[in-house]
Design a protein around this ligand. Sequence first.
Ligand SMILES: Cc1cc2nc3c(=O)[nH]c(=O)nc-3n(C[C@H](O)[C@H](O)[C@H](O)COP(=O)(O)OP(=O)(O)OC[C@H]3O[C@@H](n4cnc5c(N)ncnc54)[C@H](O)[C@@H]3O)c2cc1C
Length: 378
Amino acid sequence: MDQAKRVVVCGGGVIGVCTAYFLAEKGAAVTLVEKCEVACGASGKAGGFLALDWCDGGALEELARASFDLHRSLSEELDGPRAYGYRGLTTLSLTVTESESSGSSSGTSLLPSWVTGSVGSPEIIGTPETTAQVQPQLFSRTLIEKGVEKHGVKVEIAKLERLEVEEGCVGWVVLEGGRVLEADAVVLALGPWSSKLPLLSSLFRVYSIKAHSIVLEPREPNSITPHALFLSYYASNSKRGAALDPEVYPRPTGEVYICGMSKEEEVPDDPSGIRGNPVSIAMLKRVAKTLSNHLGEGEARVKAEQACFLPCTDDGVPVIGEVPGVKGCYVATGHSCWGILNGPATGAALAQLIIHGHSTIVDLKRFSPARFLQPTKA
Ligand SMILES: Cc1cc2nc3c(=O)[nH]c(=O)nc-3n(C[C@H](O)[C@H](O)[C@H](O)COP(=O)(O)OP(=O)(O)OC[C@H]3O[C@@H](n4cnc5c(N)ncnc54)[C@H](O)[C@@H]3O)c2cc1C
C-alpha cells in the first residue's frame, strides 16, 4: 500500500477486535468504534472454550481449524502470566443427576477428583492437543491493547449511528451526535446488534439467544484441575428424560465458569443494562453444588452472575464478507456459540480480503452475505 488504507471497524467484541488487530498488522490505519466498552457483551462473558475439530464435516471446518491454530500462535506471541490464560484442556462429557445422596458415581477413574456429585457415563471428548481455552474478555482486551501499542489502532467509545453510501461505495461513518469518520473501508462487527442496522437487516436476519453464566471462586482453587466438562444434567424436578446441558470451565486463576440456560430473546439497546434471569442463575448455582463439594455455597464465592446474547443466522453459518451493493463495506457476524474460537481466523481472513482483495487463510465464499440475495426472476 502506498498510503495506509483507512478502515473503521464498528463493534468491539472479539470479531471486531481480531479484525482491527490483523488489519493494523497489515499496515491499515484502523479506528475501532465501540459504543460501550471493549468485550462488554458475549465476548467478555463467554466460556472461551476452543476446539480443533468439533466443527469438522460442516461449513465451519476450515475456519475453526485455522482459528484454533491462530489462537495457539497468538498465545505464544501475546499471552503471558498476567494476560489471558490460554491453555490446553482435557474435556469430558458426563451425566449428572440431582439426588438426595451424592457420590454414587460410575467411571470414576476418568473423573477429576473435584467432581464429587452423582455422575455417570464420563467420556473423554477432547485432549490438551485438541481442546483449549482463553479468558475471552482478557483475550479481546489484550489483543486491542497490543493493536494500539504495536500497530497504532485508535479506539473510539462512540455509537455507530449510520453509514453514508455514495454511488454504491461506502462514504463515511456517522457517529451518534453527528460526528463523522472518513473511511476507505468499514467493517460492521456488531454481533447481535447487527439486527439494529437497516443496511444489514434489510439483507439478512440476525437473531439473538440470551445465555446465562456464573463465575465461582472456590476456597481451594488448587484442587480444581484443567478439565472442561460438558454435562447432561438431570434436575430432580425435570420432566422425565429432559436434560439441561450446562458447560463447566475451570480457569488457570482457579475460578470456575459455568454457563447454560439459553433462549431466544430480543437484544436490548444498551449492553451495560443486560442482567441474568434470577431463575436461570439459581439453576446454574444448583448445577455447581450438585457437581462438586468445592463449588457449593460456603465453599465458593460467587464472583459474577451474568447474561449475554449470541448472534445467530437463519442458516447457522456466520456472515463474513463484502456487503452486496456497497463497495468497501464489510460485515462479520453470526458466530453463534463459536465466536471466541473463530474470532482470529475471521479477523485475519477479513483483513486479507480488505487489503489484498482475497483471503488465503480461509475461503470466504461460503460465508458471503451475497448468499442472502433473492435470485432475480427471469
Ligand atoms: C454464555 C456464552 C458462552 C459462550 N462460550 C463460548 C465458548 O466457550 N467458545 C466460543 O468460541 N464461543 C462462545 N460463545 C460465543 C461467543 O461469545 C460469541 O460468538 C462472540 O462473543 C460474538 O462476538 P461478536 O464480536 O460478534 O459480538 P459481541 O461480543 O456481542 O460484540 C459486539 C459489540 O458491538 C458493539 N456495538 C453494538 N452496536 C454498536 C454500535 N451501533 N456502535 C458501536 N458499537 C456497537 C457492542 O457494544 C459489542 O461490544 C459463548 C457465548 C455465550 C453467550
